[in-house]
Design a protein around this ligand. Sequence first.
Ligand SMILES: Cc1ncc(C[n+]2csc(CCOP(=O)(O)OP(=O)(O)O)c2C)c(N)n1
Ligand SMILES: [Mg+2]
Length: 803
Amino acid sequence: MKQNPNSKTEITFEDFKAEVLKDYKLAVTSRECSLLGRREVLTGKAKFGIFGDGKEVPQIAWAKAFENGDFRSGYYRDQTFMMAIGELTIEQFFAGLYANTDLKEEPMSAGRQMGGHFATHSLDENGNWKNLTEQKNSSADISPTAGQMPRLLGLAQASKIYRNVNGIDTTKFSKNGNEIAWGTIGNASTSEGLFFETINAAGVLQVPMVISIWDDEYGISVHARHQTTKENISEILKGFQREEDTNGYEIFRVNGWNYPELIDTYQRAAQVSRKEHVPVMIHVQELTQPQGHSTSGSHERYKNEERLAWEAEYDCNAQMRQWMIANNIATDEELSTLEKDVKKAVRDGKKAAWSAFINPIKSEKQNIIALLEKVAASSANGVFITKLKNNLNSIDEPLRKDLLSTARKALRYIVSEDSSEKIELQNWINTYIETIQPKYSSHLYSESEHKAQHQNEVLPIYSDNAEDVDGRVVLRDNFEAIFKTYPEALIFGEDAGHIGDVNQGLEGLQEKFGELRVSDTGIREATILGQGIGMAMRGLRPIAEIQYLDYILYALQIMSDDLATVQYRTKGRQKAPLIVRTRGHRLEGIWHSGSQMGGILNLIRGIHVLVPRNMTKAAGFYNTLLESDEPALIVECLNGYRLKEKMPSNIGKFKTPIGIVETIKSGDDITLVSYGSTLRLVEQAAKELLEVGINAEIIDVQSLLPFDLNHDILKSVAKTNRIMVIDEDVKGGASAYILDQILNEQNAFQHLDSQPKTLAAKPHRPAYGSDGDYFSKPSVEDIFEAVYDIMHEASPMDFPKLR
Ligand SMILES: Cc1ncc(C[n+]2csc(CCOP(=O)(O)OP(=O)(O)O)c2C)c(N)n1
Ligand SMILES: [Mg+2]
């Protein structure tokens, strides 16, 4: 037998034995949690369960190689690992299953995520960074299979940046870039494009990333023969193996039931990755699913008897047990006693977790029951209210919705009555919603003092002899100022490095700041996003560049599922203040004129969406965001880089505020609301409208998310009494969003004398060429006529019908 490779010095057999016993105890504890967890779902105490049974032993081996400062990016099978690093107790495991909304009881997500989705806290209760080098870290899981992969790349790349870029304050984040980012993924999920994209990118970047593939031959019911060529992922990825004169991976293969070999493998993997920044792949084979995939069904439906028998024999815990007996580490009897003790501990932990979950709700129930009794006694409809109350009372273990829905229904019976009990009930309902709703809805955005909204506007300053320059020069010089001010800032994307982006907004900056801070990437939008998320989670300030807005669709899934939910799914205990830079709106043709803002807006709530009309405004947004702790998407105007702008003298200092609109022309007859490139057309149309006696007010939204926090549009509509939203997205897209904000959030309808209108593009993508543009998107004439029509309807005598 090998010496325990975890030991730095010689250890006695007794020490070794104790360590192995501790490991086995943990494996059994985790297994018991899975078994009991399934029962909790089947008896209705929890809604859904997906557990780590069958994967216990490799995770214990992995945990031994995992050091403070390291990061995990994994998936729902990793409960044993989380227990092994001391970040998941039995009680917390069950708290997750019950969806306990108290972060102290359920530190993974305060009940927002289903069990099996793990996280540690990178931030304290005020949203400030903790010292990540002094703790073991897990980035918060997401459910989409392989969705953890892009982020993993960025978590690993952060170590490379910390090791090789000078001037960054690394105190809370890194010790010389020695941290490994550890990934886990199921065998079937390696079929996803995100897996292959990440594997390739990490090979190119040579970052300290160790990816474990938990291979149990299945993805729910679908066997490996439908998933993987040759049914063997490490076999087909062999070409990634590094050779003497190439970059690449170290690839290991190990059986998931072989405890000593697993420990050895993980130690070797860690060593090469930590020291040399080489990515490593560990294909952990021959794993099992003792209870099938999840609580949704049984695996007897798709595994034959032979497979089930094999799984029983090669269950990693069973194999470890046999190995311990064979190597005189423990007797069968000793292990049976240990197993019995563990069973009891897990049962006790489960009970404690249930009490912690249900007791607060039970006491809330007592309050509302007492109040309903009072209400019933004072109401003419007392019988009905008593019935509602009795129904609620008969629920021994109620949910909060039982309480609230009963109270709300009871209120309807006394709506026409006049009593102090009615006021009390109204107050109870209002207060209850006020206190309970945040448990489910807080932290979509930052709630810390670093919130982007707290950044005030700083206007650009112009000297008397301010030069007229191409817009891209303002941006470029501002980026230069940013990289000087923030050593932790870096930008990367397709063509962003050597040539300084396709529009020269980064011209010459790679020479000044080096290839690590201003870099070219492969054509792989999803992992460009992932690089940004992972690095932002480790304290860097990445700017991820997506070359054109049209291609953001490749990254949109990761933005939506991962980036947009970071704060929400950790209830504010992790953040990824990533800035996504892109350029879009009208230029040429189907894939270079996109303005699919409606789709984007609706998919990335949790990320700010900013649409500056020129490069000075854009530069100001970058400056604002770097002072804040929130992620944002900035869409620069693709046709604005060569338009002249005055060069401000306070470059790098001026700030465009978020959520604040700007009135760029005042008028009394109608309010025109738009943003981005379209504004230039709106301005032209407004000039022409003046010639026929229509004086339009123009408002630049600038910031779609958040939207007009001061309700300035409402103030304008109160003056003009008419509104039109002009947008180059399709109808029902961003224009519908904007109008909804104005009508439903700002209640502008009360000021309207005319029907509110939107003017948007044709439903197809824009055709190529100038005529393609003219006939696809709103033109100056379209805008003129649409406004004129509104005025004609209001005052046909003054504005006779045009056509
Ligand atoms: C993108 C996406 N598609 C489908 C699913 C539903 N789903 C959840 S787990 C799973 C199977 C994953 O199998 P594997 O990667 O082998 O992991 P295992 O559960 O076997 O550990 C599927 C299809 C999902 N969560 N995400
Ligand atoms: Mg599998």
